[in-house]
Design a protein around this ligand. Structure first.
Ligand SMILES: Nc1ncnc2c1ncn2[C@@H]1O[C@H](COP(=O)(O)OP(=O)(O)OP(=O)(O)O)[C@@H](O)[C@H]1O
Ligand SMILES: [Mg+2]
Length: 334
């Protein structure tokens, strides 16, 4: 029996089972479309998912499909156009709930070059959230906490008085992570935290995320372009296409038994370690381009590039249904 993730299920979930429950989240930006005219760009259009404490949900999809907007909207950096966010049992709505969320949830950004203020010392960058939330009694306590955070990310505390521009990309990303950890969060949105780094550094930083997760009991939403980056770190993986989730399953199931045609095509682009299998790997190249989010196809947004598309796909949006064992898929034909 298939069932759709709905608000009712969200509310009937056992209390404490989920750290984050997102239901039908929408983020429509009004963009200019000529003189004094504007229309909505549906960056996120009805996304539902839940994250259990201590797990990592990987979120993948092509550029512009809405991954960062999901992360930023979860952090309430933008107010959602629609839908609900429940964090640790508390609906995020009032000013008080947003303030509480900002103490418990943090974001690490993609670009460690532009996200750190070049005029601040490393110590002040990491100490800023401590200042904002008044998390120390005196200067000595502040300094001790900054040094502790630097050690947690393998940075020498001697570097606290230096400026961010003096560091390499990998080190800057560590500074960004230490800053995110300053408030002792439960949850971190990691928005492509390794994409701007050299390949040789990427694995180190991913390992550090994993170690910190174990030590501190963190829960992650880990955003990436590419399925190969999230494969090892993710408990479950969600795939987005043009503002919607098309598939969500545990990481192994998604890799070994993908259902959605878009997931299949993304997976076919992931290199395989075994050279014999790699030689046999067949890439599924999608035809056409991703449509503009300002001009979405009717029904299923993926249908214009899908070889299984039927009339129903143009007429109705497929619901995101559980095909069994929490394997959610939005497709009429697969
Ligand atoms: N503040 C904004 N105002 C208007 N449109 C926006 C805004 N932020 C994002 N968008 C648009 O929303 C869509 C989703 O953007 P988003 O940055 O969330 O995608 P993404 O999946 O993170 O892409 P990438 O992989 O390139 O980081 C894009 O079409 C983008 O142009
Ligand atoms: Mg992004």
């Amino acid at each position: 029996m298939s069932e759709t993730m709905t608000a009712t299920q969200t509310t009937t979930a056992a209390q404490g089972e989920y750290l984050l429950e997102v239901d039908d989240l929408k983020q429509h930006f009004m963009v200019s479309s000529g003189f004094l005219k504007s229309r909505p760009l549906k960056a996120v259009d009805g996304v539902s998912f839940k994250i259990r404490p201590g797990e990592t949900l990987g979120l993948v999809g092509e550029s512009g499909c809405g991954k960062t907007t999901v992360g930023r909207t979860l952090m309430y950096l933008y107010e959602p156009t629609g839908g609900t966010i429940v964090f640790d049992g508390e609906p995020i709505k009032s000013r008080k709930s947003v303030k509480n969320l900002r103490l418990q949830a943090q974001m690490v950004f993609q670009d460690p070059y532009s996200s750190l203020n070049p005029r601040m010392t490393v110590g002040d960058i990491i100490g800023e959230p401590l200042d904002v939330h008044k998390l120390y009694k005196n200067k000595a306590e502040r300094t001790a906490r900054i040094h502790e955070l630097m050690q947690a990310v393998n940075l020498s505390s001697e570097h606290a008085t230096r400026y961010a521009h003096e560091f390499s990309g990998g080190q800057r990303q560590r500074i960004g992570i230490a800053r995110a950890l300053a408030v002792n969060p439960k949850f971190i949105v990691c928005d492509e935290p390794v994409s701007a780094l050299d390949v040789s550094i990427q694995a180190q930083v991913i390992n550090m995320f994993e170690d910190l997760q174990k030590e501190l009991g963190l829960t992650y939403l880990f955003i990436a372009h590419d399925l190969s980056v999230v494969k090892h770190i993710s408990t479950r993986i969600a795939v987005m296409y043009l503002g919607k989730m098309v598939e969500l399953a545990d990481a192994n199931t998604l890799y070994n038994h993908p259902i959605h045609p878009y997931t299949e095509s993304l997976l076919s682009a992931v290199p395989i370690a075994d050279p014999r299998q790699e030689r046999q790997r067949q890439r599924i190249v999608l035809e056409g381009d991703v449509p503009s989010p300002l001009n979405m196809p009717s029904g299923c947004a993926f249908r214009t590039r899908c070889k299984y598309a039927t009339e129903q796909c143009a007429a109705e949006t497929p619901p995101f249904t559980d095909r069994g064992g929490e394997h959610f898929v939005a497709c009429w034909n697969k």
